[in-house]
Design a protein. Structure first.
Lengths: 608, 209
């Protein structure tokens, strides 16, 4: 076996093939070398074979216009061969190319024997994203978090034909004790739930309702048997539905999943670490429980759980951890007289891996315990032990700036707003993302109301505040090419500077204007939608974008973690598959549009 | 002229007429890149374990026609060379007697030019077997890839020290390194070096980082 083929095995779509297929590939491919400027496939010509890039870059052009770029592990020529159509583009080598050439016949045989492999070439980005996630099957720990639907939590389906009389259908439902009626139509299923029955009772006369098909929601939203419970939950919450039919791979009905069952199932399993955290009686036990978090993150990500759920879960566990540490480290006499705050990404509930500790403490006015410094230091040192790097900006309770009385904070806020400065803006952003995790929450609530009230009085502040979304250029240039100009980061982009910051900060500025109290970016976007600032479609786009960026970032960070490298925000473009790169490009474009929107909203072109 | 003479002398000693084709004038544009795995680095004492070979035609490496032959071992392979080559005894299940291996190899190479990295060693290894078998040494034209690399590199750094380590060359030419080190994979990598060297006029001195 030539080891070069091994790398193919790990890349879609070849990862879909079995060993026998690889033998065929090996027996029927050659390695070719082409210097720059070689035209591999001319416009209107048919490819001679399928090309898999080992090294180098190929550009697809259409009358000098750049359509696409192919890098290592990408495939070209395949679609044309499957369609048996001449190429619409010219494929030209832009960086010296070494590639496999897989014989056309072999390729077509592979396609014929493996439909998934074939359809991959025509699948949409979303479908491919799913494939990527599914293919990452790691079996490190069989954590229950990543359970897939299993028949035990399903209800038997009560199926009736579309032209069944309503009353008859209901009698059948009652008899079978099922949770919802599934209506079998000529093409696919519909569903009738309690809500539809309410409608029936109120409107049966005026709408002349008689057949069950008149009541159904059709076509029904359903999931496949193998779907991750987490993603099932997402589907249900997104569509706001409580019953979900589950199909097998032949599109036959397996059963009906009910939201309440799903929630109880998940909550039973997911809180394992939380429970361990809650039961901890010593600082060491808390540290022990915290160590499990990182392992869990890796497993969840690899199992394809959406990164916003991973973040949510980590943040829940972290909150418990902080509360526990507060109870164990801070003297009892403090508990009602101060509040422990989480700031920055931790405050937003978006820190998945431990990138840094951002924390602060508010004291009741006039409360000045003697042992203050020693206690605060002990807390920070405990976080060190758990593995939270210290905050480079020194936003920690051992910094007197972030450990003071309520009045002192109010004075800060007043000052930041009345005399805008770069540092003040940053502090403001940090404070607005605050989550009060332990102690006397009222102290924090007073601080937050003060902040929001002050903003209302000084709307002009918001334009200055929002301005920093324009601090970094987008890493996407002309013709949607990535711009990677940093010296020490060849072929890498800083995703935080390039996109995430603008997205988070734009949302933050808008939320501040709307007086939103939530700190999480996802939740803020949802509230902005509810408050009418943006419509549902824009909100969903933004949420998806956030998800794509975070997933790709998390993936890169986990990889760095595994190789014991420093965790940063760089994403290596050459290790991304073509599909991931395309998705990332879409995400970056959405961020750019959002930046423009925010810029317009706050009249940023007028303040400088 | 001396070369032709030596060639004739060599051919005169050929004892097996089946292999007269080795001496035919090279007419095609094909090159064979090969690599041997051995029990040690002394051609006199050490034995051949496996041969990997691929043909290069024009700008293509014909991996679909590659051969990878394992040779039956008389002695146990030492632990040391097991760790170097990662060949275990169980890998030798498909192994053939040395005579068969050599014949298959000779039919594969024909009269083609041979190329390799530290080719001298591999050729000496093969010669060790074919001299007693057929009375000749490999008559094929030979190209040493590290020498081609050296020539192209020296043009850019005339006084410099040139590192000729295999991995250094691969890295410098921006070629993928394969994890597996067996005769076939080494031959494929060497073939990529050869192809690339044939296409570049000179190697740029400072690599882009």
């Amino acid at each position: 076996m030539i080891a070069l083929f091994d790398t193919l095995k790990n890349n879609l779509p070849f990862s879909l093939l079995d060993d026998a297929a690889f033998e065929q590939i090996e027996e029927n491919s050659q390695i070719a070398y082409y210097p720059r400027e070689t035209v591999i496939i001319s416009e209107e010509a048919s490819p001679k074979c399928v090309y898999l890039i080992i090294k180098g870059t190929v550009e697809a052009k259409n009358a000098e216009e750049l359509i696409d770029i192919y890098h290592t592990n990408d495939v070209f020529g395949a679609i044309e061969l499957i369609k048996d159509a001449p190429s619409a583009y010219q494929y030209i080598v832009s960086e010296e190319l070494i590639c496999y050439e897989l014989a056309t016949e072999t390729f077509l045989t592979l396609c014929m024997n493996n439909q998934t492999f074939k359809t991959y070439f025509f699948s949409s980005i979303v479908e491919r994203m799913e494939l990527i996630k599914e293919k990452k099957d790691y079996a490190r720990t069989a954590d229950m978090m990543v359970a897939r639907i299993d028949e035990n939590i399903l209800h038997a389906a009560c199926i009736v034909d579309a032209d069944t009389a309503i009353v008859e259908a209901l009698a059948k439902l009652e008899e079978s004790r099922a949770v919802a009626l599934i209506v079998k139509n000529e093409y696919g299923y519909g569903i009738v739930t309690d809500a539809d029955l309410r409608y029936y009772i109120l409107h049966k006369e005026e709408d002349e309702l008689s057949k069950i098909s008149q009541l159904q929601s059709y076509p029904v939203i359903s999931v496949e048997e193998e779907t991750l419970l987490f993603n099932v939950l997402l589907t249900m919450t997104e569509h706001n539905i409580k019953h979900l039919p589950v199909m097998d791979d032949k599109e036959d009905l397996v059963g009906v999943l009910e939201l309440t069952d799903l929630l109880s199932y998940l909550s039973n399993q997911t809180h394992f670490i939380s429970v361990q955290m809650e039961r901890a009686e010593t600082v060491d036990e808390v540290i022990e429980a915290s160590r499990r978090i990182e392992i869990m993150v890796g497993v969840l990500h690899e199992k394809g759980v959406k990164s916003r759920y991973v973040a949510k879960m980590v943040s829940e566990v972290h909150k418990k951890m902080y509360a526990k540490l507060f109870a164990l480290i801070f003297p009892k006499s403090w508990h009602k007289r101060c509040t422990l705050l989480l700031l920055g990404s931790e405050g937003r509930g978006e820190q998945i891996l431990r990138t840094d500790q951002d924390n602060a403490i508010v004291f009741e006015n006039g409360f000045e315990p003697e042992e203050k410094e020693a206690v605060l230091l002990h807390f920070i040192e405990t976080l060190d032990k758990i593995g939270f790097p210290r905050c480079p900006g020194n936003v920690m309770i051992i910094n007197p700036k972030w450990a003071k009385s309520l009045d002192a904070y109010k004075e800060d806020i007043r000052h930041w707003i009345s005399t805008p400065s770069a540092d003040g803006m940053m502090d403001m952003a940090i404070v607005y993302d605050t989550y009060a995790v332990a102690g006397n929450i009222d102290l924090f609530k007073e601080m937050r109301s003060y902040l929001l009230d002050k903003i209302k009085e000084h709307k002009e502040f918001l334009s200055y505040f929002a301005r920093s979304i324009e601090s970094f250029e987008s890493p996407l240039g002309l013709f949607s090419r990535f711009i990677t100009s940093e010296k020490n980061h060849k072929n890498e982009i800083d995703i935080k500077k390039g996109a995430l910051f603008a997205l988070i900060h734009g949302v933050r500025a808008l939320s501040l204007e709307y007086g939103i109290k939530k700190t999480n970016t996802t939740q803020r976007i949802k509230e902005l939608n509810e408050l009418g600032y943006m419509n549902q479609e824009d909100a969903r786009d933004l949420l998806e974008t956030l998800e794509v960026i975070n997933t790709i970032r998390l993936h890169a960070q986990l990889e760095k973690l595994q190789q014991e490298e420093e965790i940063d925000n760089y994403i290596c473009l050459t290790t991304l598959g073509k599909l991931e790169r395309d998705t990332l490009k879409e995400a970056l474009k959405t961020v750019e549009q959002f930046k423009k929107r925010v810029s317009y909203h706050f009249h940023l072109s007028m303040v400088s | 002229m001396f070369g032709t003479l030596k060639r004739k002398w060599n051919k005169k000693h050929l004892t097996d007429e089946r292999f007269a084709f080795l001496f035919d004038e090279t007419s095609n544009d094909e090159v064979v890149v090969f690599d041997c795995e051995t029990t040690g680095l002394n051609p006199k004492k050490d034995e051949l374990i496996s041969i990997g070979a691929v043909k290069i035609k024009g700008n293509k490496i014909l991996t679909n026609e590659a051969i990878h032959i394992y040779v039956q071992q008389k002695k146990q392979i030492s632990h040391e060379s097991i760790t170097i080559h990662q060949i275990r005894h169980c890998d030798l299940e498909d192994a053939v007697p040395i005579e068969e291996a050599i014949e298959k190899f000779l039919y594969f190479i024909g009269n083609r030019t041979l190329a390799g990295y530290f080719l001298e060693f591999d050729v000496a290894m093969i010669n060790k077997y074919i001299k007693p078998m057929y009375g000749i040494a490999l008559p094929n034209r030979q190209e040493e890839v590290s020498a081609i690399y050296y020539d192209k590199k020296i043009a850019t750094i005339p006084q410099g020290h040139i590192d000729l380590k295999f991995n250094t060359i691969l890295k410098d030419l921006d070629l993928p390194t394969l994890q597996a080190h067996d005769a076939l994979n080494d031959a494929v990598m060497t073939a990529m070096i050869y192809l690339k060297l044939k296409h570049v006029k000179r190697i740029r001195n400072v690599r882009r980082e």
